[in-house]
Ligand binder design. Structure first.
Ligand code: HEM
Length: 437
């Protein structure tokens, strides 16, 4: 199963762990803000509370875990060495944490200076991350479609960040005009470029490898990423050169690409050779079903020139598609890494003839107990359904959705920190075995 993995290149566990553990803290922050401010945050797109929630999720949860996943997956899947991984992960993580937190708090408490701190931290974090990752990918000889898609996703993140920083100037400095016409462009590059392209790039490799399925069709791997990217470029042109027909065509094409990816992924998942129940599989399926709903909810009104339900689209994209995928991956990557690091320690001890100092490493499926993860999946699923309904009937569904969202994030924090605690205990045990006094 792990034949293609470059295990020796794996950075220390603390490198990805700090990103993954921080992500649900921001998820929890978003859920608490929702509960505190109530359904009024859905009254219009520009309420500061909604913008804070959106960025706690897109930066604090998603970008946080996606940067962490890339720092881990580039070495393990593609054999790419990350230079000084602890140093780079520390500075990228700390500044992303500070930037995401201060951007959200700046909106909630209306503090202009915090916007400046947020902008400086996020600009620093993304510059270091994008430069480091791009340089490594460009130098790599790896020929897999994932490499090209990751480069496109990084370029999309760069464009998103530039628009985001420009828009944030309008909040930090009252004399700076708030360029609202750029907001849709910023969010399109963020959600359809950075988020969707990176998820596709990673899915091409991790689904066949971890779910033991057939490969994605070659045509799909080769073209979808480019079509999405070029269509986003064309969509961007329509903002400077407004042409309704071009806008309609590009939106329809993007929605069709998402639909194609979702249907292909569900089909690939069907070819799974191992039929054991698998939590990550549940999350993948949920993510793809959300993506199908999203694509149709976008495509149909676009074709008949009706209004698109933007809150529902946001919930399906951010919460249903992106967060479900990342959440599911955490349950695969986290136990796998713990198992990998402990097994490597054991192997090194065996090589040094210190067999008796080894520690017992449980099966990967036992590191985060399946039932604990399954409960979190149920809370996540229930909060997603309720939140989708709340976009239309907030008086009925908003508070139950927010409460379940809180429970889901608390359960995720609990599950991940238990796994980290387990790992730390094993490392202490190893130390004691090697140096008994
Ligand atoms: C450097 C990082 C970022 C900064 C400084 C930033 C800043 C902003 C600002 C100032 C707005 C409000 C625009 C307005 O009032 O019209 C906004 C909106 C938005 N941003 Fe970001 N952003 C960043 C990254 C991202 C990323 C990575 C994503 C998605 C993956 C994202 C998704 C969104 C969305 C969905 C909205 C629209 C929210 C709505 O319509 O209610 N942002 N961003």
């Amino acid at each position: 199963m792990h034949a293609n993995l470059s295990l020796q290149q794996s950075p220390p566990f603390s490198v990805p762990a700090r990103f993954f553990i921080s992500a649900p803290l921001f998820g929890l922050a978003a859920a608490l803000v929702m509960l505190w401010y109530g359904p009024e945050i859905f009254t219009n797109r520009w309420t500061p509370e909604l913008l804070a929630v959106t960025h706690f999720l897109t930066l604090g949860f998603l970008a946080m875990s996606m940067c962490g996943a890339m720092m881990q997956l580039m070495p393990v899947l593609m054999g790419i060495m990350i230079p000084r991984p602890i140093f780079f992960s520390s500075i990228i993580h700390a500044s992303l944490f500070l930037g995401s937190a201060s951007l959200g708090i700046a909106w909630l408490l209306h503090i202009n200076t915090l916007f400046i701190i947020a902008m400086a931290s996020l600009a620093f974090s993304f510059s270091v991350f994008i430069l480091m990752a791009t340089e490594r990918l460009l130098r790599s000889k790896n020929q897999h479609a994932t490499r090209g898609m990751m480069l496109l996703a990084l370029l999309a993140l760069f464009i998103t960040a530039i628009f985001g920083l420009y828009l944030a100037m309008g909040y930090a400095n009252q004399t700076w005009p708030l360029s609202r016409h750029l907001t849709d462009l910023h969010l399109s590059w963020g959600l359809l470029g950075w988020v969707a392209l990176l998820i596709m790039a990673v899915a091409y490799q991790v689904i066949p490898m971890f779910q033991i399925t057939d490969e994605y069709p070659v045509l799909h791997q080769r073209w979808i990423g480019w079509i999405v990217f070029v269509t986003l470029l064309t969509l961007s042109l329509t903002y400077f050169w407004p042409l309704t027909i071009l806008n309609t065509i590009t939106s329809a094409l993007l929605a069709t690409c998402l639909l194609t990816f979702a249907v292909t992924t569900l089909w690939v998942l069907q070819t799974r050779r191992r039929q054991l129940a698998d939590l990550t599989m549940n999350f993948w399926q949920l993510a793809m079903i959300s993506l199908i709903f999203l694509a149709l909810t976008w495509l149909i009104p676009t074709l008949i020139q009706a209004n698109t339900p933007i809150f529902l689209l946001g919930v399906l994209m951010i919460f249903g598609f992106a967060m479900s995928t990342v959440n599911g991956m955490m349950y695969k990557i986290f136990p796998f890494l713990i198992w990998l690091h402990l097994s490597t320690h054991n192997k090194n001890l065996r090589d040094q003839g210190k067999r008796e100092s080894q520690v017992k490493v449980p099966h990967m499926r036992k590191i985060i107990p399946e039932t604990a993860g399954l409960w979190q999946f149920r809370f996540h699923l229930a909060s997603l359904i309720l939140l989708a309904l709340a976009t239309n009937w907030p008086q009925w569904f908003y508070y139950p959705a927010a409460l379940l969202f809180i429970i889901s994030q608390l359960t995720l924090i609990f599950n991940l920190s238990n796994a980290v605690r387990f790992y730390n205990l094993k490392i202490i045990e190893l130390e004691l075995n090697i140096h008994p006094h």
